[in-house]
Design a protein around this ligand. Structure first.
Ligand code: C5P
Length: 229
């Protein structure tokens, strides 16, 4: 059976990773959340107190990242990856609002993007891959079999994210989340290196009023068509 490369890009908190994970499990593909890599770099910067360099010495900031190693390890079923920062599983730590507040600034640095894209392209596409992020269809895998672009109103996205974080025990405010989402979209869409764009051959899904199952059904139709043709 043919194995596809599926790129899922879109705005912040549009549910890309939930969708990507479900699709990967259904088809037995590898799932990679590329945002978690930029988040891991940001976590390293926070923990090593070098974020200040972002404002006045980007070269030194990059130099300080020499000690960083980021990789994915696959869980029992070998499909869903966890991100490791210097051999430590940081999957939980990278979800904080503090990381979210700095990640787009870190992700706008071309030298960092170059290294992350290299790692992302290392994945074995022969096994079938679902990768989500901001530049997957445009830069990482411009030849992807299926390119999806997810969007939703920012109020809906903030509510979903707020609920998720509260359920996970974080104490955050709705307004802080809404501001974070708007800010990240702005930085991600306007940076000069690989900005978030809608590729001409991408299928846009506005999921403001759609359930996850409705989205999966639509995507299944696309996948079945690709597999048959
Ligand atoms: O996907 P997630 O929202 O976790 O990504 C966090 C941030 O990482 C994004 O807001 C963006 O700044 C950056 N990112 C990126 N390119 C990707 C994936 C994420 O610039 N492919």
């Amino acid at each position: 059976m043919k194995k596809l490369t599926i790129a899922i890009d879109g705005y912040a908190s549009t549910g890309k990773s939930s969708i990507a994970k479900k699709i990967a499990i259904k088809y037995g593909y590898i799932y990679i959340n590329s945002g978690s890599m930029y988040r891991a770099v940001t976590l390293f910067a926070i923990e090593n107190k070098i974020l200040g360099l972002l404002n006045d010495n980007i070269d030194l900031f990059i130099e300080k990242l020499n000690r960083i190693s980021i990789n994915f390890r696959f869980s029992e079923n070998n499909l869903i990856s966890n991100v490791f920062l210097n051999n430590r599983n940081v999957e939980k730590d990278i979800g904080s609002l503090e990381v979210s507040n700095y990640v787009s600034k870190v992700a706008a640095i071309p030298e960092i993007r170059k290294e992350m894209v290299k790692l992302q392209r290392n994945v074995d596409r022969g096994k079938g891959v679902v990768m989500d992020g901001r530049d997957i269809g445009s830069v990482v895998f411009p030849d992807a079999d299926i390119k999806l672009f997810l969007t939703a109103s920012d109020a809906v996205r903030a509510s979903r994210r707020f609920e998720e974080m509260i359920n996970n025990g974080s104490s955050v405010s709705y307004d802080d989340i809404l501001n974070n989402i708007r800010n990240r979209d702005k930085i991600d869409s306007s940076r000069s290196d690989s900005p978030l764009i809608i590729e001409k051959d991408a299928v846009v899904i506005d999921n403001s009023n759609m359930s996850i199952d409705e989205q999966i059904n639509q995507i299944n139709i696309l996948i079945n068509y690709k597999l048959a043709n």
